[in-house]
Design a protein around this ligand. Structure first.
Ligand SMILES: Nc1ncnc2c1ncn2[C@@H]1O[C@H](COP(=O)(O)OP(=O)(O)OP(=O)(O)O)[C@@H](O)[C@H]1O
Length: 265
């Protein structure tokens, strides 16, 4: 099977500043570093094949969205290599939509940015609007949309451009049940067409029903990568243990993780 996505030793470093002055100093003082390095991802490696449906799990802040954004080309990695063979589309709440523009204008802008010509846009637009079920709201500015409506618009654009690789970051969790079911059906179509998909969700049920493999991130590092049941069973055990930890034990766990992210409190 050929690889569609190869992520090799990828890290993402952010600078955290305790004081505004340090941020400014970092910009204007050459050769010196203020602020503290913080690794949202640290040495992440994995590969995806054609037709793989891969879920990203991990507790809040473990790096799932950062990894999704890097694969989609929305943000660059600090180090390491990412090879993406094909066109990738990211569906995430609040990403890629201009709040001042209407839904229709956002569709046109997004398609233009992806390199579609005017004729192709005219052909695609009705399908996108129909799938979104936004009705007359399509001509209202996106800033007046609820998060579910934004997610519908983003999802409709991304699935109708027929990408090779689809990355869905929590987008299904804000839509209503009917739209989530319609979206899942569309994703099943993509699955049958052999596309590669990445799926970020806190819903273990959705993960089990949809994904074949799972990548478990723990504070920026790969804890496990493998078949869905194997990894999720272990992840659920961890969540259960975590829930029953005393405050002191939770703190110890958190401190060990922060140390790995280079951020000792
Ligand atoms: N622009 C940024 N500047 C500094 N730190 C950031 C930035 N973006 C993300 N981070 C940090 O990187 C870490 C990983 O964030 P990310 O959003 O990838 O986690 P996540 O696993 O998707 O979390 P969640 O489940 O809460 O959505 C977090 O600690 C976050 O605070």
């Amino acid at each position: 099977m050929s690889k569609t996505v190869k992520v090799n030793n990828v890290s993402k470093r952010y600078k955290l500043y305790g004081r505004k002055l340090d941020r400014l100093r970092d910009l204007i003082v050459p050769g010196k570093s203020y602020g503290k390095d913080f690794y949202a991802l640290n040495g992440v490696s994995f590969e995806a094949e054609h037709g793989d449906i891969i879920g990203f799990v991990g507790v809040n802040g473990s790096g799932k969205s950062t990894l999704s954004n890097i694969i989609a080309g929305v943000i660059p990695q600090t180090s390491g290599e990412v090879e993406v063979n094909g066109q990738a589309a990211l569906i995430a709440v609040n990403i890629g939509l201009d709040r001042k523009l209407t839904g229709r204008e956002n569709i046109e802008l997004k398609l233009l940015m992806l390199g579609f010509n005017k004729k192709q846009i005219r052909e695609l637009e009705p399908d996108i609007i129909e799938f979104s079920e936004l009705g007359q709201f399509i001509d209202q500015p996106v800033k007046s949309y609820s998060s579910g409506m934004k997610s519908r618009l983003g999802f409709s654009i991304s699935v109708n451009i027929d990408p090779d690789i689809l990355i869905i970051d929590e987008a299904l969790s804000v839509g209503d049940k009917a739209f989530a079911e319609k979206s899942l059906a569309k994703m099943k179509e993509f699955k049958e067409a052999g596309k590669t998909m990445f799926f970020v969700s806190h819903s273990i049920g959705q993960m089990r029903s949809f994904c074949e493999k799972v990548l478990w991130l723990e504070y920026g590092q790969v804890k496990r990568y493998g078949p869905v049941d194997e990894v999720l069973n272990e992840y659920e055990q961890f969540l259960d243990q975590y829930k029953h930890m005393t405050k002191k034990e939770k703190n110890k766990h958190r401190k060990a993780a922060l140390k790995r992210q280079n951020l000792v409190e």
